[in-house]
Design a protein around this ligand. Structure first.
Ligand code: FAD
Length: 295
């Protein structure tokens, strides 16, 4: 394993924003992960677990600790007639895995077509779209907790709308040493017609393309409040197209903030504050962040 010093994090994020990690390492197995965690503990460094970087805003000051990028991406399929269980390592791409399985005639994950990020990141935030989410597709998962691999049932994740117990633990300020890390996940699949599967994925892909603003982003910045949509509220507050520095509230979808090129984390954070203040003033609704701020 190669420990890099002062590694810029922007290229590892979909927003293309963020300063350096003091130390950075890629872990391709549970053993790599355990060894990196032990090293951080020994050096008294905080740890941040990175997946595909598609749901985080890294501050320009970077992360003063060890960033571990989870890279294991093996996929193991166990078929039993018309049903199967697939075990996917946490660093595998969510959308790529769904597409690969659909091409083999396995249905169950096609809702994730076009969803950026990894399996680990998707479990952490209970990613979802087009009528499904991780909570409804997951069978069980394996997590690393204080050096021990544990098998977790779906219930243990306490999934909710764009949240899980992992996200809640981080928000509650639990020390990194006690936070579970996803190693792999198992999903249930069933056989389906290849053409029907391809058509469903094509429809999802077209719909996604037609709705997603062009440019570097992190997807939806805020969670949708119950019964409403954050995009609608930000648009109603008159903020579509508002720019600060090189960041812009997207014209196509007001819950997206686009890096127009060279945006700083401060540009984005100021737009986030502005959206929160205006929406609160106009509707009385407090927008909650979906993304995580790092550093
Ligand atoms: C254009 C665009 C469209 C999007 N559309 C959607 C959408 O339709 N629906 C949706 O839900 N999201 C959407 N997103 C957000 C994003 O794709 C998801 O949140 C995704 O699941 C994040 O995965 P990641 O691997 O990139 O996580 P990262 O951004 O790398 O990390 C997110 C969090 O997960 C944690 N994490 C990552 N890996 C692990 C692990 N192995 N174990 C424990 N914790 C881990 C990180 O520490 C961090 O706290 C979109 C993003 C973009 C850029």
């Amino acid at each position: 394993m190669r420990y890099l010093e002062n590694e810029p994090l922007a290229p590892y994020t979909s927003w293309r924003i963020g300063g350096p990690a003091r130390y950075f390492v890629q872990a391709t197995s549970a053993a790599d992960l355990a060894s990196a965690l032990a090293w951080a503990e020994q050096c008294n460094l905080p740890v941040f677990i990175l997946g595909g970087g598609s749901n985080i805003l890294v501050r320009d000051s970077g992360f003063d600790g060890l960033v571990i990028r989870v890279r294991g991406h093996e996929v193991r399929l166990e078929a039993n007639g018309d049903t199967a269980s697939v075990i996917v390592e946490a660093g595998a791409p969510m959308a790529g895995t769904a597409r690969r399985l659909a091409r083999q005639g396995w249905s169950g994950l096609e809702w994730a077509e076009g969803l950026p990020g990894t399996i680990g990141g998707a479990l952490y935030g209970n990613a979802g779209c087009y009528g499904s989410d991780i909570a409804t597709s997951l069978d069980r998962a394996w997590v690393l907790v204080r050096g021990e691999t544990q098998e977790w049932s779906v219930d243990r994740f306490a999934f909710g709308y764009r949240t899980s117990v992992l996200k809640q633990m981080r928000a509650a300020g639990i020390r990194w040493q006690d936070q579970p890390i996803v190693l792999a996940a198992a999903f249930r699949l069933h056989r389906d017609d290849l053409t029907a599967l391809a058509q469903r994925m094509e429809r999802t892909s077209n719909e996604r393309r037609s709705k997603t603003p062009w440019g570097a982003s992190c997807g939806s910045v805020f969670k949708n409040p119950p019964g409403d949509s954050a995009g609608r509220l930000i648009e109603a507050a008159g903020l579509k197209g508002t720019r600060i520095g090189n960041a812009e509230i997207a014209l196509r979808h007001a819950n997206y903030i686009i890096n127009l090129g060279g945006a700083s984390s401060d540009d984005v954070l100021r737009l986030i504050d502005l959206a929160r203040e205006r929406v609160l003033a106009i509707s009385g609704i407090e927008l909650e962040l979906e993304i995580q701020i790092v550093g």
